[in-house]
Write a protein that binds this ligand. Structure first.
Ligand code: 5GP
Ligand code: MN
Length: 320
């Protein structure tokens, strides 16, 4: 039996970063604010240490996060560069091809199997960006405004704008320091939230209109017809998930989106361990925010999800 590699300390990882010559920083597929924020903050940290550091990602950057990325990411990690991965729960979710093994796996998913040579994984951290901030402190490197904005974006994203249960006194203490380093929350808010398109607005509206209520569960399905009608994409529709959480008495929210391989699901809850449900269906994530992709078409995927939820929440008597 293979032994589980042990997690490293912040000090050990700080020493590792100091020893590098050139590094490729990357993150998970379908990157969000924490993925890109923590990657960019780590890249700036390496550059402050004199390491030649690049950000690599094969997919296009989501438009609302483009301002964080100082130059076009490389589509793959170049050979000979140490591969540093942030915010990525499993190695098969890394968003850039890489020949080299993963040197550092920095993350906050509790199901992270510690796939790196070095692993800095703290499930108590609200965001991977918070772990990167800890490395700045450990290395005694001051935060400048653009780094502080990248870290703030990561924390903002993974706490749902400081609303989720992962918010702690430490979150706000760090944010106080980010504001001292020059972050203006209103500016970041505008860049993250006022850069959408009419297509996004319309598909979010369709997602809300398609929501169905099953006792303590609420599920919304969007399919190709919805994309066609709104000229939006699957990625555009993802923004809907937090808008679906407003219905009284709902414990689990599911947003199911048709994709080429089948259906991609996002699950959210305030109480139920949806990470476990997502894992049972082939995905993963956090206790209260998780996802998976199934080969099933959207309507069958809905049935599959309802079957998985049956023993976890009260589904009532059907749609109401
Ligand atoms: P989202 O719903 O925002 O795409 O993802 C929520 C959380 O679930 C994130 O932490 C993300 O990494 C995780 N997640 C989403 N989809 C998948 C998946 O297909 N596989 C795994 N392992 N995790 C996922
Ligand atoms: Mn994260």
């Amino acid at each position: 039996m293979q032994t589980r590699p042990t997690a490293n300390t912040t000090r050990q990882v700080a020493d590792l970063l100091r020893s590098l010559n050139q590094a490729a920083v990357t993150t998970h597929v379908g990157p969000d604010g924490d993925a890109i924020g923590s990657a960019i903050a780590l890249m700036y940290l390496l550059r402050s240490l004199g390491v030649k550091a690049l950000f690599c990602h094969a997919e296009a950057m989501p438009s609302y996060l483009g301002w964080l990325v100082p130059s076009e990411p490389l589509e793959e990690c170049p050979p000979g560069y140490d591969v540093l991965v942030v915010d990525t729960s499993r190695s098969d979710r890394i968003g850039a091809p890489h020949e080299e093994a993963v040197r550092l796996n920095l993350d906050h998913h509790e199901d992270n199997p510690l796939y790196g040579e070095y692993n800095l994984v703290d499930p108590d951290a609200a965001a991977s960006a918070h772990i990167v901030a800890g490395l700045y402190t450990e290395l005694g490197i001051a935060l400048d405004k653009k780094t502080a904005e990248a870290i703030y974006t990561g924390i903002w994203a993974d706490t749902g704008g400081f609303r989720f249960r992962n918010v702690s006194p430490e979150t706000h203490e760090l944010v106080a320091n980010l504001l001292r380093a020059g972050v203006v929350p209103a500016e970041v808010y505008d860049r993250l939230n006022r850069t959408g398109t009419i297509e996004q607005l319309n598909i979010v509206g369709v997602s809300m209109a398609n929501a169905e209520h099953y006792g303590e569960a609420l599920i919304s399905v969007v399919d190709e017809d919805d994309y066609e009608r709104t000229r939006a994409t699957e990625l555009d529709s993802k923004d809907a998930i937090d808008r679906l959480r407003s219905v009284s008495g709902v414990e689990v929210v599911g947003h199911l989106r048709q994709v080429e391989e089948g259906t991609k699901a996002s699950l959210r809850s305030e109480r139920v361990n949806v990470g476990e449900i997502a894992r049972a269906l082939g995905g993963g994530g956090h206790k209260l925010a998780a996802g998976y992709t199934t080969r099933k078409a959207p309507q069958e995927a809905k049935e599959e999800l309802l079957a998985a939820l049956k023993d976890v929440v009260d589904l009532g008597s059907g749609t109401n």
